[in-house]
Design a protein around this ligand. Structure first.
Ligand code: F0G
Length: 347
C-alpha cells in the first residue's frame, strides 16, 4: 500500500498532533534526462510531480493541510486557484468527507483541471477576475468557522511540499541547482525550507535556487505587482504572489536567482519534454526546464548536478497540447495494406 509523505517523513513534518492521512502522495520519479544533459553539459534530473494522486505537487501540501482541517473539525475546504490546487483540494475533500469550494479565474483555468474538480464534486465559483482577485476574496473568509483555507498561505501546505526536497536528497545526496517554476511562490519557498531542514540532519551542501516566471507574469523578476498577468501557462498566471517575500529570501539565502522565460521558450521545452524525455507535463511545468536551457547559454553549468521540478501532468491541459504538440491523424480503411502504408508514410 502507498504510504504517502506523512507516514514516510512524519518525523520531519510539524503536524501539531493531527492524525496523518494519505492518498499516496510523494515518492515521485526522479529521472535522468539524456537529452537535456547532452544539450547543456550538466547532469539534469527531472522530478516528475505530475505522478502525484491528483496530478500535481499540490497533493504533498494538501495532505498536511487536510489532516489539520480534520483535526479542527472543519467542514469546507476553500481555495483560490489557477487549477491544480483546486483539483487537489477537491480530491481530498471527496475522500475525507468534506465539501470543497474552489474560486477560479473565469476562463483562465485549463480544461482538465476543471474537469477534475467537477468529477470530485466540488462547488466551482468562477470569478470575473484574476487568480490574485480570487485569492484576495479567499483571504477574507479566514474567520468563517467551518472553512479551512487550503492555499499556500496555509503554512501546512508549505510543510508538506518541502518533502520533495527530501526525496531529491535521498536519491542524489546533493545537487548544485534546483530549477522551479514560480507562480504564487509557495513551492520555491517550500523546497528551500526542505533543503535547509534536511541539511541539518544529513549534512550536504545546499543547492542554489533558480526560479522561473512566465514573462507576462513575472512580478518578482520585475520587482512590481503585475495587474494584468498574461501567459498561456495559466497555472503560473499570477501578478502578486502570496509568498513573494519568502521566495526572495530563498533566492538570496541560497545565492540563487529568478528569471523570466517567454511563452515560446516554455512551449519549446514543453514539447521537447514530451518528445525527448517521454514526460507529458502541462506548459507551466516546463518553465524550469526552459529556464535552465536559457541560463546554460549565459553561465557555465557544465558538470553541475541539476534537478528541474516538472510540476504537473500534461493531461490537465488538452487544449494547449492539441495546439502545440499534436501530430497528424491518418484516417484509413481498416485494412492491413492501408495501415502499413500509413505506418511507412513520411509525415
Ligand atoms: N506549476 C504548476 C503546474 C502549478 O499549478 C503552479 C501553481 C506552479 C507551478 C507554481 O507554484 O504557486 O507554488 O509558485 N499553481 C497554483 C494553483 C497557483 O492554484 O494551482 P507556486
Amino acid at each position: 500500500m502507498s504510504i504517502g509523505i506523512l507516514h514516510k517523513y512524519g518525523d520531519y513534518i510539524d503536524l501539531g498532533g493531527a492524525t496523518p492521512i494519505s492518498m499516496g502522495e510523494g515518492d515521485t520519479p526522479l529521472l535522468y534526462s539524456e537529452y537535456l544533459s547532452e544539450k547543456t553539459g550538466a547532469s539534469i534530473y527531472l522530478k516528475v510531480e505530475g505522478c502525484n494522486p491528483s496530478g500535481s505537487f499540490k497533493d504533498r501540501g494538501m495532505v498536511v493541510a487536510v489532516s489539520k482541517a480534520l483535526q479542527k473539525n472543519k467542514k469546507v475546504l476553500v481555495c483560490a486557484s489557477t487549477g491544480n490546487t483546486s483539483a487537489s483540494a477537491s480530491a481530498y475533500a471527496a475522500k475525507f468527507g468534506l465539501i470543497s469550494a474552489i474560486i477560479v479565474p473565469n476562463g483562465n483555468i485549463a480544461k482538465g483541471k476543471l474537469a477534475q474538480a467537477m468529477a470530485f464534486g466540488a462547488k466551482i465559483i468562477a470569478v470575473d477576475g484574476s487568480f490574485d482577485d480570487a485569492l484576495n476574496i479567499v483571504r477574507k473568509l479566514e474567520n468563517e468557522s467551518s472553512i479551512e483555507i487550503v492555499n499556500s498561505i496555509n503554512p501546512y501546505r508549505i510543510e508538506g511540499q518541502k518533502t520533495a526536497a527530501f526525496e531529491i536528497i535521498d536519491s542524489l545526496s546533493s545537487i548544485d541547482y534546483l530549477c522551479i517554476p514560480v507562480g504564487n511562490a509557495g513551492n520555491i519557498s517550500a523546497y528551500w525550507k526542505g533543503f535547509k531542514e534536511y541539511a541539518n540532519l544529513k549534512n550536504f551542501k545546499l543547492p542554489k535556487m533558480l526560479g522561473f516566471q512566465a514573462e507576462g507574469a513575472a512580478p518578482i523578476v520585475k520587482g512590481k505587482i503585475i495587474n494584468n498577468p498574461d501567459t498561456l501557462a495559466t497555472a503560473i498566471r499570477i501578478g502578486n504572489p502570496a509568498s513573494w517575500k519568502s521566495a526572495e529570501l530563498a533566492i538570496s539565502e541560497s545565492n540563487g536567482s529568478i528569471h523570466s522565460v517567454t511563452d515560446n521558450e516554455i512551449i519549446k521545452s514543453y514539447v521537447n519534454l514530451a518528445r525527448r524525455d517521454g514526460i507529458y507535463c502541462e506548459p507551466a511545468s516546463a518553465a524550469g526546464v526552459a529556464g535552465i536551457i536559457k541560463l546554460s547559454k549565459e553561465i557555465d553549468i557544465s558538470g553541475k548536478n541539476i534537478t528541474c521540478v516538472v510540476t504537473g501532468n500534461g493531461l490537465k491541459d488538452p487544449v494547449n497540447s492539441e495546439k502545440f504538440a499534436s501530430t497528424n491523424i491518418h484516417e484509413v480503411k481498416s485494412e492491413l495494406n492501408e495501415v502499413l502504408k500509413a505506418i511507412n508514410k513520411k509525415d
